[in-house]
Design a protein around this ligand. Structure first.
Ligand SMILES: Cc1ncc(COP(=O)(O)O)c(C=O)c1O
Length: 491
């Protein structure tokens, strides 16, 4: 039997279908909330909820005292629209595509825009090597000693000091060091969910999260996002009212793949929501150091007074990609997460932990991060110009306030899997959009990591991606449209 939880989604789905099919045209007045309630035999609250979901999906607009209207045609601006994920939770079904994209990113024979990490040339390899060597010499017995979680005290103190940049005063005793941010996230999810549970996350989202959800047999509830401001807390609130969400995973600063950054007020609201609902919020702060100012770096956790925000991060993107050191302060679930870590992967090498601690305490750290930010910002600017010049008409691209990831929405008829394959034939790798959703929603999108070596070959390769996409767009324009790929989502 359908519950009221799903009723609103069903109504929103059927109205969305009418809009997308053209039965309800842009600018046209929608049936009133009362009429929908009467005709569908539901309460006014359920009909209102359906409209709110359509509003969040930017399919309708509310006009004061006039009701709801089909949203106006989006203007041909450079940035993508807010996301419109399906309204119901999806069973996650990831293919081996993500693994292939990541493997190819390491292949020296290809030019890769597939990875979300600055390339090795942007790091001072000698400085990293010296830190590891010095630590190994200083800690003469470290390699002969067995290690257990939560990690070396000195390293945890260094991480706690670093977290001050996020506006957080963390107790080093409650910090757990891990094998990377993804391990931190997986441990947090395992601590607060059971197979079959629903987890809310941004749409589009980082495919690593979807893979964890798949492995833990969790369902993904994708929440609409704005390309600049990230997760819609309003939409999340609505989802919490109607669906049994057990945890939220969020990347508030420079999310992956949108590069969106949540406004401070929204971070505060999210922390308040977590406290009010007793909801675990798993915050991924991996890109915070790519934000140049304290405000954008400030974590949701800094607003959390009740321990509901589990803060995860690592130094994989900023300090030492190859050392793989992550950390988590799991708030009220700290003890559970620590037990899970002990039985999953034990501890990391103290040499790694202490080398990162040394790198974090070096006076050149801030200057190094600033240089990294500037270098990737320049790549992003040039890549955006190149996209504007060589991608098909109708393409939009994000304009992130930092980091090195671009989300590109191609004209709808361009199938990014075909683009991926055609590019691969020319030894170029892009990340196809369908990787970033459990519902295969973003089939006409690609993610480009442009923090690599931004040389003439890379620029030529990106121009070539645009040419191939233009060719695909032109060929698809006349041809009958391929059926949309969908797994029980809106058509
Ligand atoms: C948002 C986000 N979180 C986590 C990770 C993985 O972090 P780590 O390599 O530290 O496990 C990535 C890597 O792309 C990411 O984009």
């Amino acid at each position: 039997m359908a519950t009221s939880d799903t009723l609103y989604a069903q109504i929103a789905d059927s109205l969305a279908t009418s809009i997308r099919s053209g039965a309800l045209r842009r600018g046209e007045r929608m049936p009133s909330v009362r009429r929908v309630a009467r005709e569908r035999n539901v309460s006014l609250a359920t009909a209102t909820q359906a409209y709110r979901a359509l509003e969040d999906a930017r399919l309708v607009e509310a006009r004061p005292r006039s009701g709801y209207f089909v949203a106006a045609r989006p203007s041909p601006i450079a940035e993508p629209q807010a996301s419109r994920p399906p309204l119901a939770a999806q069973v996650v079904d990831r293919s081996t595509l993500a693994a292939q994209v990541l493997r190819l990113a390491e292949d020296p024979g290809v030019i890769s825009f597939g990875a979300a990490c600055p390339s090795a040339e942007l790091f001072d390899a000698d400085r990293l090597r010296r830190a590891v060597t010095r630590t190994a010499l200083r800690q003469r017995h470290a390699l002969a000693r067995y290690v257990h979680p939560p990690g070396h005290d000195d390293a945890r103190r260094a991480v706690a000091r670093h977290a001050l940049r996020l506006g957080c005063t963390l107790d080093p005793q409650r910090l757990l060091l891990t094998n990377g941010c993804l391990e931190s996230i997986a441990l947090c999810l395992r601590a607060v969910t059971q197979p079959g549970d629903v987890v809310a996350l941004e749409s589009p989202t980082y495919f690593g999260f979807l893979e964890i959800l798949e492995q833990l047999q969790l369902k993904a509830l994708e929440i609409p996002t704005d390309p600049r401001h990230g997760l819609s807390v309003d939409a999340l609130q609505l989802a919490l009212d109607t669906q049994p969400v057990k945890a939220v995973v969020v990347v508030p600063t420079l999310s992956n793949p949108l590069g969106a950054t949540m406004p401070l007020a929204e971070r505060r609201r999210l922390a308040q929501l977590a406290a009010a609902r007793g909801l675990p919020v798993i915050e991924d702060a991996i890109y915070h150091d790519f934000a140049g100012d304290d405000e954008r770096r400030r974590a949701v956790r800094s607003f959390d007074a009740t321990g509901h925000v589990m803060l995860c991060s690592s130094f994989s993107k900023t300090v030492a990609p190859g050392l793989r050191l992550g950390w988590v302060d799991a708030g009220r679930w700290h003890a559970r997460v620590q037990r899970l870590k002990a039985t999953t992967s034990g501890g990391q090498s103290s040499i790694v932990e202490l080398a990162v601690a040394e790198l974090l305490s070096q006076p050149g750290l801030e200057a190094g991060l600033r240089t990294l930010r500037q270098r990737v910002a320049q790549c992003v600017d040039e890549a955006r110009e190149l996209i504007a010049a060589s991608f098909p008409a109708g393409t939009s691209a994000t304009d992130p306030s930092g980091g090195f990831i671009l989300w590109v929405e191609l004209p709808e008829q361009v199938d990014s899997m075909r683009l991926y394959e055609a590019c691969l034939d020319e030894r170029i790798v892009v990340a196809p959009g369908m990787l970033f959703s459990a519902s295969e929603r973003y089939r006409h999108c690609i993610r480009l990591g442009v923090g690599g070596a931004w040389d003439a070959a890379a620029q030529r390769a990106l121009r070539r991606v645009g040419e191939i996409a233009t060719d695909l767009a032109q060929r698809a324009a006349g041809a009958p449209r391929a059926p949309a790929f969908h797994l029980g989502m809106l058509p």
